[in-house]
Ligand binder design. Structure first.
Ligand code: ATP
Ligand code: CA
Ligand code: CA
Length: 427
């Protein structure tokens, strides 16, 4: 942030950066249309396409006011193939990312990355470091072998076939594109991936969990935000008994997590997190009721609002107004779950220890830290080393085991999350 209050990243004003990115991506996706689809070749993972965007315009690029820049697309054919695999049509991708302004998220991590989210909530663009982009390039062939296999499997299975996004057999991030904006000797690398937390749905709590307890508590400053990202120690405090998920869904979820962890371990990836957004139906209903009393035309979904007080969550009346339609739909989503539905509709039904009905939004994030890179990053390294064990066990295997232990012992509990009604709401 500069003295005039303008936001910039690597000294590039972010609104100009955003517009330049949109130009670059539109050009990149547009030019792919003329290239026939075909099977992937190994070199498709290594190709880097580069286009110059002079401010005055050129034969293939429009004139613009963001200063001359160069835009690079990593592995264009490979990423096209994977967007296809994730059922993302070029026209939709373009519409989501390039036609409307992107929104900047304020929750940047400690690494200083910038996050943009597309207006339709589907995509996140994260600025990544050189090393991370390099690592992703190396990771691509193996990573997608894994993703591909799982989606093929899903495609054969009618219940899962409609949309991989909605029925993931993996919680690893979906990467839709890697680009680089270059101007005045600066490189800004941009990774497009799936947005796990739809902005249209209020997350009453949000956790970034690693399975470590060393310094894993949100700062005072973070907690003062209306939409804070909490951490492992906060979770342990707020959910001493964990979160309950129906047995079959629990089994499926843990299975998915285990396989994902194994894959990451095999790539020597560490320092990833499980992002957990919690939508609390009880809190949402009571917030809505409070607002409907004053304004019956209020939209049915909460947008990001500060958490309301817990004791307002008591349930007494049935939804009646038109505004409750979406809520009722959510209830039915929540009620009709089974094993195949883990993470379907983008959410996993669950309950907290109060018996409140929850919908969990889950995904693994920040997977581009490789063991060898981490050794050079002292802070992260120290935080990984802290748990009193010796250095030799602090490797990706240790990381993934600790991660899984935390998820199974403290976070996700197996139980009758759906059928059992919380007693305090029974009439
Ligand atoms: P650090 O390395 O310090 O952890 P980072 O810049 O690498 O930070 P991430 O860990 O990737 O950032 O993400 C930071 C926060 O951004 C997350 O805790 C989460 O709140 C949000 N976030 C990241 N990826 C996503 C996603 N795919 N969908 C929704 N929110 C996300
Ligand atoms: Ca992180
Ligand atoms: Ca990171």
């Amino acid at each position: 942030i500069d003295e005039q209050g303008g936001v910039s990243y690597k000294k590039v004003p972010t609104n100009a950066l955003m517009s330049a990115i949109q130009l670059g991506i539109a050009n990149s996706i547009g030019s792919l249309a003329s290239k026939p689809t075909r099977d992937l070749l190994l070199q498709d993972f290594e190709t880097i396409e580069s286009v110059v965007f002079p401010a005055a315009g050129s034969a293939t690029t429009p004139s613009h006011s963001f200063g001359d820049f160069r835009f690079r697309t990593y592995a264009p054919i490979a990423f096209r193939y994977f967007r296809d695999l994730f059922h993302i049509k070029p026209a939709d991708f373009l519409r989501s990312i390039c036609t409307e302004p992107l929104r900047e998220l304020s929750n940047a991590g400690a690494s200083g990355s910038i996050f943009y989210v597309s207006q339709d909530d589907q995509f996140i663009i994260k600025t990544v470091q050189h090393k991370e982009a390099e690592f992703l390039q190396k990771l691509l062939p193996g990573y997608y072998m894994h993703t591909h296999n799982r989606s093929e499997w899903a495609a054969q299975n009618d219940a899962f076939s409609q949309n991989l996004n909605q029925n993931p057999r993996t919680l690893l991030p979906k990467f839709f594109g890697l680009f680089c904006y270059q101007s005045l000797g600066k490189n800004i690398r941009l990774l497009v991936m799936n947005n796990l937390l739809p902005q249209a749905i209020q997350m009453h709590e949000k956790y970034d969990l690693k399975g470590s307890t060393y310094k894993r508590m949100a700062s005072k400053q973070e907690r003062a935000k209306s939409y804070p990202t909490l951490k492992d120690l906060d979770f342990l405090e707020n959910h001493q008994d964990g979160i309950t998920i129906d047995p079959s869904a629990h089994e499926a979820l843990i299975g998915v997590l285990r396989r994902d962890c194994l894959v990451m371990q095999s790539f020597k990836i560490m320092d990833y997190s499980l992002l957990v957004g919690i939508h609390n139906l009880e809190l949402a209903a009571s917030n809505r009721r409070t607002r409907i009393e004053s304004d019956p035309e209020e939209p049915a979904f909460d947008t990001q609002q500060p958490c309301s007080s817990r004791d307002a969550a008591d349930q007494s009346s049935q939804p009646t107004t038109r505004s409750h339609k979406a809520l009722r739909e959510k209830f039915s989503v929540w009620e009709s779950v089974d094993a195949n539905d883990v993470a379907s509709h983008g959410g996993v039904p669950a309950r907290n220890s109060n018996g409140d009905r929850l919908i969990l939004y889950l995904g693994i994030i920040d997977i581009l830290q490789n063991y060898r890179l981490l050794k050079k990053m002292e802070h992260t390294w120290k935080s990984i080393l802290h748990d009193g064990s010796t250095i030799s066990v602090h490797n990706p295997e240790f990381y993934s085991k600790r991660f899984m232990d935390f998820m199974t012992e403290h976070v996700f509990k197996k139980g009758a999350a759906l059928k059992q009604s919380p007693s305090r709401r029974r009439t």
